[in-house]
Ligand binder design. Sequence first.
Ligand code: AMP
Length: 190
Amino acid sequence: MLNLVLFGPPGAGKGTQAEFLIKAFDLVHISTGDLLRAEIKAETPLGVEAKKSMDKGNLVPDEVVVGMIKSKLESNAKAKGFIFDGFPRTVAQAQALDLLLEENKTPISGMLCLQVEKQELVNRLLSRGKVSGRADDQNESIIENRIVVYSEKTLPLVEYYEPFGKHCGINGMGTPEEIATRLKEVVESL
Ligand code: AMP
């Protein structure tokens, strides 16, 4: 089983690259951001509550996203592997994920960390905001906050995976196809 964490700051291209990887390796894609936006669209109590954090560029509580991951894993019991996109985002989430995967004896194979310069992130998010209509992609101060939250709460995960030899840094600058080729090479070497 191939379980990949697709990691990187907001705007690093995780969603775009996940599309390439699910096709190349026949994986189930789990994006907590997409799951949360679906809850918001359906106006569920979870969605209404999550929206308050998301609109400010802050993280949704760990137990909320871990609960969503747990049910996704259970409903895809026959999957060949998973690509986790935008999850884990805190050390507590990474620990919870390890416990969930331990139950199925299918650990994380690798953490693919897309590295992109900050100004490129802001440019990509602002242009995505024009097309997607996502409120959190249209306001530069919310984008700034998301990048700060990433540095403070999510980046420490590099140190979480590094001692297990699971952290793989990947140059995330260039065309989507160039980045996909780099990612594929790394995944094949895992
Ligand atoms: P994304 O689509 O991954 O950029 O996520 C959009 C927003 O959803 C984030 O800014 C957070 O508010 C929330 N979110 C997504 N994934 C998580 C997560 N794993 N933990 C906490 N909040 C999350």
